[in-house]
Design a protein around this ligand. Sequence first.
Ligand code: HAM
Length: 419
Amino acid sequence: MSAPKLKAPRGTFDILGEQALAREALEARAGALLGAAGYERIETPVFESTDLFARGVGESTDIVSKEMFSFEDGSGRSYTLRPEGTAPTCRAYIEHGMHKRRQPVKLWYLSSFFRRERPQDGRYREFWQVGAEAIGSADPAVDAESITLLATLLTQMGVREVRLRLSSLGSPEARGEYRERLQAYLRANEEALSAEVRARIDLNPLRAFDTDHPGTREVMKSAPLLLDHLEQDDLEHFAEVRGMLDDAGLLYEVDPTLVRGLDYYTRTLFEFTSDALGAQSGVAGGGRYDRLVEQLGGPATPGMGWAAGIERILLAGEAQHFAPAPIELFVALGEDGEAARRAAFALLVEARSAGLAAQMELGGRSLKGQLGQASALGARYVAIVGAGETALRDMQGGGQQTVPRDTVVHAVLRSHHEI
Ligand code: HAM
């Protein structure tokens, strides 16, 4: 009886073939774009202390209250597979004393994240994000630069039917006052609200804007809006950000009901969606988090950033064909036996040390099969190695010549330069 087949867990996936190549291309684009804008790569651990997310992302959020993969390490400490990258990046900023560097410190990452959500198209339990965080400056130009870079990345990746929604949350103090106003309004209309929203009036009243429940939606149409209750300097900050986005020619919609599922935001808040996606239409989101570093035990330091879902970028992107780069030399076995195999292997090693993309026959194929394999790999040349003689075949120009084996690499390199 054969062993039972195992599958990857629900909501996770393998990355292979064209998918792996598409992701490599995305990573290269993001690296070039963000690198040129002064962002340095950062990778933080896959798991962190649970406390980091509880304090950073917020106890009342869905992420912390129901979606974390947490575990104990045997000594009573609780750790969590990272559900997002902003809190870990700020933790690293503090831990490495980055406030002593020139500000803002700009960091980008491309990593996998974990949330215990109900899997569906575009929503996974392990997913990947590319993210960028600029920490240490409150300048509205940081917001505009950050959002513009993300818009450029999405355009470069061919993401279709993109929409940008923008809002401002102001300071936590102004939000506190507004919160009370909203709570009073929600209580006055309690009977029309969904049970979930009703249960969260105290904890997270803003979530009432983010619901499909018809009764709640109706009530929220006349709800007081945070944007109408911002302080003067927050309004000015928001106006400056909008002005710069206008100058950059970026289209956006100001949406005072925009809500994001993380508690650390202050001031600018935004989300990119794509109408080319289904229910999970959020491609990217971010905003300012001017209190987060301090909340995590660092000096008072403003921050601004975003993260974009890699799977959703690829789902909403124009279909592109990715193929592995063709190789330059395929070393085929002209005859059986150890002598030919060792000569072939030595030639392979020599070709690689000379910098050629080379492969050798490893599948026990007939000569015909080997030539088929070479052409499937897009090989420019095939060296057919025997114990004595070696023939060099030009797969593009046609033609085959017997040559001394020690001239093969030179010949391939020379033709390479002639092209
Ligand atoms: P977020 O909105 O939770 O923000 O996630 C950003 C993006 O990650 C989403 O727009 C979506 O494309 C993708 N994403 C989230 N959850 C899933 C999932 N379960 N499956 C597939 N894709 C998913 C953050 O994580 C913040 N840290 C962004 C940020 C950075 N804010 C400031 N700096």
